[in-house]
Design a protein around this ligand. Structure first.
Ligand code: SOE
Length: 390
């Protein structure tokens, strides 16, 4: 069978997802074939250009028409967060499998409605997945496997940070990521969501409470004249930044362990620096996106005098996803997570199981984001997070 994909949106994430859809069938032996059927954008020439550049068969301007088409099987949503819920719910109700970019939504209410729609759709064999793509960076999947195998023993503490610096320049214009009505939140939802998800994924533990502060360092920015997303030209006039630039928070995990988080777009010199370190009684594991083909392991059970962080290269064919690529030692990059994501979704569709992260996983992250925002806004310290429904 052939699964025909419609991608809604064509910004930075559209480019990354296109690489995923194009490469997954070329690299992995997928149980079904994939057709990049149509890319959707409001601006017809821009959508047509994206289709031609990235290899989509056609382009369209109305997502509703595309979602209703009989010849579409998968709807891939790479739009800003304010349209995720409407598109995802419509697609699931039309019987389409859905891949939705992170964070799942802009509010907990939207995420709940999406998770409920995914639950109803699952009963009809329709799958839904959230694009927390870093889960599928081989080293991150390996971290999860090693923690589950007990390599660090009991998880006692987690440190996670996601640092970027693209807003340090006060002339950077007011793009949608800086507007609450479009993005939901700022650094918190855009990149803090990744480290919340990664912490829960890698440790297998849920965040049960958080306490945080948020800050907006540059409060007014030039209006956007052209472009969108992470790049754009400033025009005349100024507008108010309505989201956070920096989010700092602590968290309590379901086994009682503590976690600390930093999500910032003001880490001068840090372009896309995601780090996580998991400390346990038997050892520690660390990952750094700037060195993404490796994990660091400290074996606390090694003989005294022989202990130290060891760099494990995650480039062996036995490592997650790696065997399908190049011979041992030949490295992978940022885009490979998108290929692995497309592969796992196709396999989940054919197997009839929801690939992780599910919309329920996305909802849990959304609850954590809302709890950080509530703690910061009301200066109220620890805010409890409802556990996932069983
Ligand atoms: C911008 O901060 C961004 O593109 C995020 O939205 C992505 O999720 C992350 O992968 C890279 O940075």
């Amino acid at each position: 069978m052939t699964l025909r994909v419609a991608m809604i949106g064509h910004g930075f994430m559209g480019a990354a997802h296109s690489v995923g859809w194009r490469q997954a069938p070329a690299v992995f032996d997928l149980p079904d074939s994939v057709e990049m059927a149509v890319v959707v954008g409001r601006n017809a020439p821009a959508a047509a250009a994206a289709a031609a550049k990235w290899g989509w068969a056609e382009s369209a301007t109305d997502w509703r028409e595309v979602v209703a088409r009989d010849d579409i099987d998968i709807v891939d949503i790479v739009t800003p967060g304010d349209s995720h819920a409407e598109i995802a719910i419509a697609a699931l109700e039309a019987g389409k499998h859905v891949l939705c970019e992170k964070p799942l939504a802009n509010t907990v209410e939207q995420a709940e409605a999406m998770a409920e729609a995914a639950g109803r759709a699952a009963a009809r064999g329709v799958r839904a997945m959230v694009g927390f793509t870093y889960r599928r960076t081989p080293a991150v999947t390996l971290l999860r496997d090693l923690v589950a195998d007990g390599v660090v023993g009991t998880v006692q503490q987690v440190r996670a940070a996601y640092r970027q610096d693209w807003l340090v320049d006060a002339r950077m214009p007011l793009a949608w990521r800086l507007q609450k009505e479009h993005a939901g939140s700022g650094a918190l939802g855009d990149i803090g969501a990744h480290i919340i998800d990664m912490t829960q994924f890698v440790t297998g533990l849920d965040l049960t409470a958080v306490s945080g502060i948020l800050d907006t360092i540059v409060k007014r920015r030039p209006l956007l004249a052209s472009g969108s997303g992470l790049t754009g030209e400033a025009g005349d006039g100024f507008g108010e930044v309505t989201v956070d630039d920096v989010a700092l928070f602590t968290g309590r995990l379901s086994n009682g362990a503590l976690a600390s988080f930093e999500a910032t777009r003001f880490a001068t010199g840090r372009k896309n620096a995601l780090t996580i370190e998991i400390s346990g009684d038997r050892g520690a594991l660390a990952f750094d996106l700037e060195d993404l083909n490796a994990v660091q392991f400290y074996d606390n059970t090694a003989p005294e005098g022989m202990r130290g962080f060891t760099k494990i290269l995650v480039t062996d064919p036995s490592h997650p996803y790696v065997g399908a690529w190049w011979p041992a030692g030949h490295t992978l990059g940022y885009e490979h997570g998108f290929v692995h994501q497309a592969k796992d979704l196709v396999e989940g569709i054919v197997a009839g199981t929801d690939p992780h992260p599910t919309f329920r996983d996305g909802l849990q992250v959304q609850r954590a984001l809302a709890a950080v925002e509530s703690s910061a806004t009301h200066n109220s310290g620890w805010v409890h997070i409802d556990p996932p429904a069983t």
